[in-house]
Write a protein that binds this ligand. Structure first.
Ligand code: OAD
Length: 242
């Protein structure tokens, strides 16, 4: 399943970077966004994942985030997340860039994580921007800051800019990586989607792990079809032992 070239590249690599998307958490039981069972088949992004929608109907948006938080706190990281945590220990310089807001990479033990779309467990005030500690999922009234402003989940919504430092660091990593993995992402939402191609242009060996082909499959070096939770532990065994 793994080419000699990939194993050799990994054995020689100094800097390894990974971009993950919703697919890495699918085997934990967290729904993805696109595809037949995806969240965007049942919910409309424009009603739930943008700032105007939140200001129009904060109760509805909180209900949706609490529904997702409930799923997330009840699930566990899967063997794919744990393999990535082991890879961080194995390589001198390992960077994990994620579009996921589900906190599962933290829970699996990765330390150097770049959260491009925020984290559903964090919150902040829409007025004073203060970070607010975790809010109980079953809280009935709308959460408000001491300044009176509404509290929102600290995630990136459609039309919002990504956290600048996180984004700059992610592009720097893509430009310096020897091997770059794109795992469980449909690679359609910018700017995250351009990271694998940025890495490729900068000379990295770029590998995709996904259950299906994506828009970038033919533009990178290797596309491995299968479940991240099965492929990643096998890959780890192969290059760390083999
Ligand atoms: P998507 O739902 O668009 O894509 C998930 C990808 O994971 C698909 O390509 C699946 O084929 C693949 N997949 C599913 N199960 C898998 C498994 N077990 N192993 C490997 N791959 C698997 O999710 P993202 O690409 O993460 O943004 O979506 C990007 C962004 O769009 C999200 O961060 C979110 C969404 O709208 C915002 O909310 C701003």
């Amino acid at each position: 399943m793994f080419s000699e070239k990939l194993i050799n590249k990994l054995k020689q690599a100094k800097i390894v970077a990974v971009l993950t998307g919703a697919g890495i958490s699918a085997e934990s039981g967290v729904p993805t966004f696109r595809g037949e069972e995806g969240l965007w088949k049942k919910f409309r992004p424009e009603e739930l994942a943008n700032f105007d929608a939140f200001m129009r109907n904060p109760e509805l948006v909180w209900e949706w985030y609490n529904y997702r938080k409930k799923i997330i706190v009840e699930v566990e990281p899967n063997p794919g997340h744990y393999a990535l945590a082991k890879m961080e220990q194995y390589f001198e310089d390992f960077h994990l860039i994620t579009q996921n807001v589900d906190n599962l990479h933290h829970r699996a033990g990765n330390k150097r994580i770049y959260e491009l779309h925020g984290n559903i467990m964090r919150n902040r005030c829409v007025d004073c921007n203060k970070n607010i500690a975790e809010i109980p999922i079953d809280q009935e009234e709308l959460p408000r800051c001491e300044c009176g402003g509404l509290i929102r989940p600290d995630v990136v919504w459609f039309g919002e800019t990504l956290p600048q430092q996180v984004m700059m660091n992610s592009f720097a990593v893509a430009n310096n990586a020897d091997v770059f993995f794109s795992i469980g992402t449909s690679a359609v939402i910018q700017p995250a989607a351009s990271l694998p191609l940025e890495a490729k242009h900068a000379g990295a060996y770029v590998v995709e792990i996904n259950t299906e082909s994506t828009v970038i499959s033919n533009l990178i070096d290797e596309s491995i079809l299968g479940k991240a939770g099965e492929i990643l532990p096998q890959l780890l065994d192969k290059f760390s032992i083999g």
